[in-house]
Design a binder for this molecule. Sequence first.
Ligand SMILES: Nc1nc2c(ncn2[C@@H]2O[C@H](COP(=O)(O)OP(=O)(O)OP(=O)(O)O)[C@@H](O)[C@H]2O)c(=O)[nH]1
Ligand SMILES: [Zn+2]
Length: 351
Amino acid sequence: MDLQTLGWNDFFKETFFLYQEKGLHPGRVISRKNNNYVIICEEKLALAKITGKFRYNTQTNKDFPTVGDWVALEMKKQSSHLLIHAVLPRENAFVRKSPISGGRKLKEGVVIGGKTEEQIIASNINTAFIVIGLDNNFEIRRIERYLTLVYHSNINPVIILNKLDLCFSLDDYIKQVKDIAGMVPVHPISAEKGMNMDVFSNYLLPGKTVVFLGSSGVGKSTITNYLLGDEKQKKQSISKSTGKGRHTTTSVELILHHSNGMIIDTPGVRELQLWGDEEILDQSFEDIKQLIYHCKFNNCHHQKEPGCAIQKAIEDNLLSRSRFESYQKQLFELQRLRTKRRDFEKKLNKK
Ligand SMILES: Nc1nc2c(ncn2[C@@H]2O[C@H](COP(=O)(O)OP(=O)(O)OP(=O)(O)O)[C@@H](O)[C@H]2O)c(=O)[nH]1
Ligand SMILES: [Zn+2]
């Protein structure tokens, strides 16, 4: 398989130059379990580990190789695995706040210490499909959170409304989504019934990588299995043989598709915590940002101040109260994160 088909481009080529001189080879991370990586290189799939030096020099989670990354590899003779010397700079990455915080203690009901870190779910992505089910679990506020993170990651978002077969008021759902997502493409589909599944061919193109994001149970694996066609049977039989009943994704993995595009399937996350500065809301809440600009006072809290454009828009039914509350919630979360990050960075610098 040639590297271009795997997403290799001038951006990576330029940064790889240094490693090429040292006789290293490029490869892309397909999956990861602790320090065991599956890599795809020009000729083959291979197992790889990071070098001791790499580990020694690495301080935070985000510096370790992640699914989707391009890495510089040493092919060792007579060894069962390759050695990863470096991760090439990422074109982009989907990040959230890591829910696992080491060293946390509970003191009188308050969480003290722990790490405030970002977790990179996958990298070097062209399109992020935010999947949501058109069933009882339809949660518009969750789409907002995903949109904030996807915009922040510099990846093109596309919203997939799955389980169309269970839905009797599509227009109503589409309106709700359009109200918060503006120009983002929205596609209603049913993976189980094979409805509108051809929309994916616009995104699954040679050398392009797409990722499926969304809560557990929205149908990410069902969509992936459908797109994989023949491979589908294989995946199902794997889950049967493990006795788990239905297949649930437990780790992030990059899968090669017959279109020569690549699919990254991610497990549904229960907690989707934001990561970034407050500016990351500029795009996902552009409507609110525009309104705030028209408030009479620069430091308006949008409560009962005279000339508040937000309160006026809510009164006039131009903005829903729940959307504004959702904006405030995300804003507070990011402000809290900023304080925690500052403390964590101070601690790191002291070490
Ligand atoms: N009615 C209907 N059910 C669907 C559709 N797509 C998926 N499902 C069902 O929804 C359930 C969850 O689907 P999965 O594909 O496992 O969901 P997931 O998002 O991959 O979940 P995690 O792996 O836990 O993250 C399964 O029982 C599917 O059969 C659909 O289009 N219509
Ligand atoms: Zn205001």
